[in-house]
Design a protein around this ligand. Sequence first.
Ligand code: DGJ
Length: 354
Amino acid sequence: MLHKFTPGAIWPDTSGVHINAHGGGLLYHDKTYYWFGEHKIEGRAGNKAMVGVHCYASLDLYNWEDMGIALPVSDDPDSDITRGCVLERPKVITNAATGRFVMWFHLELKGQGYTAARSGVAVSDSVTGPYTFVGSFRPNAGVWPDNVSPDERHVPDPAVVQGEFSGGPRDVVDRLNILGRDFAGGQMARDMTLFVDDDGQAYHLYASEENSTLQISLLTEDYLAPAGTYVRAFPKRHMEAPAICKRQGRYYFIGSDCTGWAPNAARSAVADSVWGPWTELGNPCVGEDSEITFGGQSTYILPVAGKDDAYIAMFDIWRPENAVDGRYLWLPMRFNDGRFELHSVPEWDLSTFG
Ligand code: DGJ
């Protein structure tokens, strides 16, 4: 039995195998935590989805039982989630009205690099799955965000806008109206998370506009699609790896810069509404290697059930040369004076929250 977290170390599941749930998110359901993440295989090939979304269950957050593959990739070459696609950062939420479990993820179609920039959706009546793939799309086609001015609402000549993008060369993004380019076909959606507010409204936060601008989009009541209301947040800040929580009525955000698999300095922000305006609070990491987020990149923030004011920030330490060896860095958030800090510690446990 494990009784502590050891950030960055091999994390054996209850069978002794390193947990395989990268870019993950947690769901608390029926007194049990469920961890969903990308199942990776060995080598560089593991950066593609060869297996699917892996699910683990835990009662204490330290010891995780392997519940198997919740959403397998498809053997049908015509499926959007055919083996060899890129399927990243899966997140699962529960819909109280339908009783269903809804999974969203970042999907790149097989053989197309990172150009598809789509959102995938899957559903299940059982938390551990199997999940049924519903479809993939670019969100918010034909809808302008609420917070753009009338002058920004124009569709540029597509011939002028097509350029070479890979993570977003900043000068190109500055010159072109990518939002307008993608108005008809839907907005690009890469790194993402989901957030369910106290009132049951759910939101999709995703890196859009060639990764240059995060968009925050309301989901329909069944959580299966964008509801058609969204905003641009952190315009031109190239914010990836979004994670969010609500604490004492305020919303806190962790993200990263946009440097592929290489770690960079984390960012943090606060807002009084999910819609913003968001105020950036800088790099929340403190101490040695804080400028590279201790080697990690954010993926999720977990409010610990039954504990007051206890939030765990979760990061991945990517190992792109041998993807399956990616590590997990879970750190307690220390709130103070309207902001929070993250300190790297070799080990810790939940008693840190009192
Ligand atoms: C950084 C993202 O945060 C990851 O999820 C992944 O998409 C890599 N980039 C790919 O380079």
